[in-house]
Ligand binder design. Structure first.
Ligand SMILES: Cc1ncc(COP(=O)(O)O)c(C=O)c1O
Length: 391
């Protein structure tokens, strides 16, 4: 129950144990076509250019920036946590000119500040931001930010590493131009693959580049020679065959459950966990309206050694939760409810274990109430606590 990787289902692990075949084998090419179709479903898009990058979420991030930025392009980068900071690094390394919009760690990206930046920098070509900031548990309003960007003539790059499969993400309805995700969070696959999707406007910017993409490996003009059409595949790199078997199976499981049902499960179990934690007297970092269901950032009670709590949870309960990072190190725990980890038995385990360890350390918590509160929230979810996913 950390910030990822999430638990991987045995079906996915079993799929990955199938015999390795060639990356140009007709059977594998069929599987690649299925993966692209399943990814389109997960992203809610018809984008032709929808594919898994052979590398972790960071490789998907670099793919977006390296392909869309040409030297001298002005890019508005929103930073409200660790991963916005990584976007800034990418802009600089691609020779872009960053204009940074800062928000507090623990809050969403503020659309008013973004609009100011778009007005102040009318030449900006791209707006980049993170939908689900894993370092803080805050969710930003993608539809509003994309709409603003388009009104000012900008393309958008959206980080959906932690959101894909766990919280509403509608690439076509919201008009997102480029998006990247990760296999190891709410998709519950093993780490190491990064689904990406680019719409026609973004694809046109890539094919009309005046300069070569600075990374040979991530240059989509070359990668798509291998992934684009089933009829003609050209060798680019040896695809991670078994990892892709796993992604295929994880995406099948998502489709079997249904995307809306998966979003609703994350929301429901988040509300159960929240009810238990709050009954104990613990509080969230992020205000309710901006909270991610799949990443619960909880303030560490005064005087408690947060690392000791995590190591006791791990050693005594076989339960991993995450620490705070950057300026939030030592101040929060990050409890993940992602993909296959998002189950009521995990919510119960987490509440029981935290209660026992915190009571042992004489933390000022209420005992004996958390489990019942969680169960009650599951039976009767509080209305209006989080917007219902729009299905
Ligand atoms: C929001 C976000 N973006 C990007 C990444 C980078 O992904 P990876 O660690 O798979 O390279 C992460 C990883 O946790 C993330 O949470």
């Amino acid at each position: 129950m950390g910030p990822g990787p999430a638990d991987v289902h045995l079906r996915v692990l079993a799929a990955m144990a199938r015999p390795t075949i060639g990356h140009l084998d007709p059977a594998f090419i069929g599987l690649m076509e299925e993966i692209k179709a399943l990814l389109k479903y997960a992203f809610q898009t018809e984008n032709r250019l929808t594919t898994p990058v052979s590398g972790p979420g960071s490789a998907g991030m670099e793919t977006c920036f390296a392909n869309l930025i040409e030297p001298g392009d002005e890019v508005i980068v929103c930073i409200n946590g660790v991963f916005g900071g990584r976007m800034l690094e990418n802009v600089e390394r691609c020779g872009g000119v960053p204009q940074v919009v800062k928000d507090d760690w623990g809050g969403a990206v503020d659309p008013a500040k973004v609009e100011d930046a778009l007005v102040t920098h009318p030449g900006a070509a791209i707006l980049a931001f993170v939908q689900a900031e894993t370092s803080t548990g805050a969710e930003s309003d993608v539809a509003t930010l994309v709409e603003l960007a388009h009104r000012h003539g900008c393309l958008t790059i959206v980080d959906a590493v932690t959101s894909l499969g766990g919280t509403p993400l509608k690439v076509d309805d919201w008009g997102i131009d480029a998006v990247y995700a990760g296999s190891q969070k709410c998709l519950s696959c093993t780490p190491g693959l990064s689904p990406v999707s680019f719409n026609e406007r973004a694809s046109a910017k890539i094919s009309n580049r005046k300069t070569k993409v600075r990374s040979w490996f991530l240059d989509l003009n070359l990668v798509m020679g291998y992934w684009a059409t089933a009829q003609k595949r050209t060798y680019h790199h040896t695809a991670p065959i078994n990892a892709l078997y796993g992604l295929h199976e994880a995406l099948l499981m998502l489709r079997e459950e249904g995307l809306e049902a998966a979003w609703a499960r994350h929301r429901r179990l988040h509300l159960a966990l929240r009810a238990g934690l709050e009954a104990m007297g613990l509080t969230y970092l992020v205000k309710e309206a901006e909270r991610l269901p799949q990443l619960n950032a909880i303030l560490v009670p005064e005087g408690i050694d947060e690392a000791l709590v995590r190591s006791r949870l791990l050693n005594e309960f076989n339960l991993e939760i995450g620490a705070g990072i950057g300026p939030l190190a030592g101040k929060i725990w990050r409890i993940g409810l992602m993909g296959q980890s998002c189950r009521m038995e995990n919510v119960r385990l987490c509440l029981r274990a935290l209660e026992q360890v915190l009571a042992d350390l004489a933390a000022p918590i209420r005992t004996g109430v958390a489990l019942e509160a969680a169960q009650a929230a599951l039976r009767d979810p509080p209305t209006g606590a989080l917007p219902e996913p729009a299905c």
